[in-house]
Each structure stands twice: as C-alpha cells, then as structure tokens.
Design a protein around this ligand. Structure first.
Ligand SMILES: NC(=O)c1ccc[n+]([C@@H]2O[C@H](COP(=O)([O-])OP(=O)(O)OC[C@H]3O[C@@H](n4cnc5c(N)ncnc54)[C@H](OP(=O)(O)O)[C@@H]3O)[C@@H](O)[C@H]2O)c1
Length: 220
C-alpha cells in the first residue's frame, strides 16, 4: 500500500521502519526537507519527499508532528491522495511543555484530533497517540500472542477506521474501537489508557474509566 508519513521523529521514524519492513511503499516528510532524511531513507528504503508531496497517491497518510505545528501544514496537503484516503493523527496536546495555548482546545473543549481535523479539512483517525515510539519497534506480536498489546482507535469515518485497524493489526497490535472523534478525549494524555501496555480487555476497561476532566497541567 502507498503510505505517506508527515513527521519523521520518534513516531514517524519508527512507523517508517516497520511499514517499509512489511513491504509498504512509504513516502516520508519532515519540516526541514527531504535532504535531511537521507539516513532514514537509506536505512528503510522509504522515499524522502517535501511535505507537499507526502500524500500523493497515498491510501493512508500519517500526521505525526507536534500539535502546535499543525497550522503550518500546507493547504491542499491531501490533494492528489487516493480516493477515500485514511488520515491517521497521532498527536497529543502538551500545552506547557510544547504546544502553548490553543483556545479552541482549552476553552471550547475540542478534542485535539477534532482541532487537527478542522485544520487539514479532512476526517482523521486518532491512533498511536498513547503508544511509546519504541514499542512500535519492540512490542509487535503475531495475532493471538498472549502478550499482544491493543491500541485504541477513534474516528468518525467507518471505512477509514477499518483500514487503519487492519494496518495496525498488520503492524502487530490488536485494536479497540474507541468510538468517534468526539469520544477521543478518552485516550488523550492523562487518561488511564494513555501509555497503557495492555490487551483488548484492559484497554476497553481503561477507556470506560476515563474522566472528561483534564488534569490541571494540561492547561497553559
Ligand atoms: N514520542 C512518543 O513516544 C509519542 C507517542 C505517541 C504520540 N506522540 C505524539 O505524536 C506526535 C509526534 O511525536 P514525536 O515524538 O514523533 O515528535 P518528534 O520526535 O518531535 O518529531 C516531530 C517531527 O515532526 C516534523 N515536523 C514538525 N513540524 C512539521 C511541519 N510543519 N511539516 C512537516 N513536518 C513537521 C519534524 O520535522 P523536523 O525535525 O524537520 O522539524 C519531526 O520530524 C506528537 O504530537 C506527539 O505528542 C509521541
């Protein structure tokens, strides 16, 4: 499958490694340009591209950049993507450490993924946001393994969500349907499922136990 990855840091880099290892055709972009991605390209066989070209022909696009950088993404980011492209958002809002104050999230109560979705003008599927980057490389397991981890996946587009869940299964993880994007606060930072290394039952329970109140340190 043709996959575009926007962001080549901890998460984007490791998704590039695993998805190329599985035989996918991966294009990868960062903010500084393809000339800064030659090492990752040599290691993985992925194609480094400018961010404007990352989605070209892609059936899945992963946006994995700091939330504060989302408004810097070029307009028309998804022009040229395959019809029905599924867009994964891995983002977490860290107002104090990184992202600063975003009024729509803090005051209007938008989930960070809904906020990202509005910026890019395309539905997103929230996944991997509570997954340690290193676990993408180290903790994948075949289906049915007793210690296979499960990842929550939230989003409104049923077909896109199914494609993303199938890809995560291929990457070596179970998934739990975490509802629509307005439910995705259940997997944001500070919730029981965030960073949980559990299976389907534990993830399902943690999602149910989440409180919509964000901890005080998630306000800037
Ligand atoms: N680290 C984790 O374990 C983890 C786990 C789950 C979710 N997350 C979330 O996933 C997102 C990415 O995290 P990360 O740790 O992978 O971040 P990171 O290591 O800081 O990497 C960020 C990447 O985004 C790129 N970038 C920034 N602005 C961009 C722009 N305008 N256009 C294109 N690329 C841009 C950066 O490119 P340059 O280097 O060229 O600036 C860099 O490659 C964050 O929202 C984070 O909260 C992280």
């Amino acid at each position: 499958m043709k996959i575009g990855i926007i962001g080549a840091g901890n998460i984007g880099g490791n998704l590039t490694r695993r998805l190329t290892a599985l035989g996918h055709d991966v294009s990868v972009a960062n903010s500084r340009g393809p000339h800064t991605l030659t090492e990752l390209a040599e290691e993985t066989g992925a194609t480094p591209v400018p961010v404007e070209e990352a989605a070209r022909g892609a059936e899945v696009v992963v946006i994995t950049i700091p939330v504060k950088a989302v408004p810097d993404l070029p307009s028309g980011l998804l022009d040229g993507a395959a019809d029905g492209v599924a867009v994964i958002d891995t983002g977490n809002y860290y107002p104090r450490e990184r992202d600063g104050r975003i009024a729509a999230i803090q005051d209007e109560g938008l989930t960070e993924s809904r906020w990202t979705e509005r910026h890019i003008g395309h539905p997103v599927i929230k996944a991997f946001n509570g997954t340690y980057a290193q676990d993408i490389l180290d903790r994948h397991r075949p289906a049915g393994a007793p210690d296979r981890m499960a990842l929550p996946v939230a989003g409104d587009d049923a077909a896109a969500k199914e494609r993303v869940r199938a890809l995560i299964d291929e990457l070596g993880f179970d998934t739990v349907d975490a509802g629509g994007l307005d439910d995705s606060w259940r997997q944001q930072p500070g919730t029981p499922v965030y960073g949980l290394r559990g299976g389907v039952d534990e993830v399902t329970k943690a999602l149910a136990e989440a409180s919509p109140e964000r901890p005080e340190d998630f306000r800037a």
